[in-house]
Design a protein around this ligand. Sequence first.
Ligand SMILES: [Zn+2]
Ligand SMILES: [Zn+2]
Length: 130
Amino acid sequence: MKAQYTRSQTKIIRVLKSLNDAISAQDLYIELKNRDHPLGLATVYRGLEALKAQGIVKSRTLSSGEALYSLVSHDQHYINCVSCGQSFAINECPIQNLEERLEKTYNFQVYYHTLEFFGRCHQCHAKSVP
Ligand SMILES: [Zn+2]
Ligand SMILES: [Zn+2]
């Protein structure tokens, strides 16, 4: 089954593919402008939501409330510091087996999953120790 994308969705996918990290809608809007493929901010949001509904794009929400978007094929998890807002990528996914099990048990096609850890990073921890 081949998905049909609108022009703006294709542009969004192209930028997301070229990035190694998740990006906010605002930054994606700037990135598109820098690459001479300007889209309106509302179009960027609409495109991202449409791609999310198709299981192409996933989002994760930072402790600041800002949403970051990336392609679903990019299975990456983070530990997030609630004090300074930094995110650190972790190089493992412990729930890939679970995903397969859910697909079988519930006959459900899993597009993606999110898994986030929140806490305090070592820098902020060191600062708080008298
Ligand atoms: Zn921190
Ligand atoms: Zn994962």
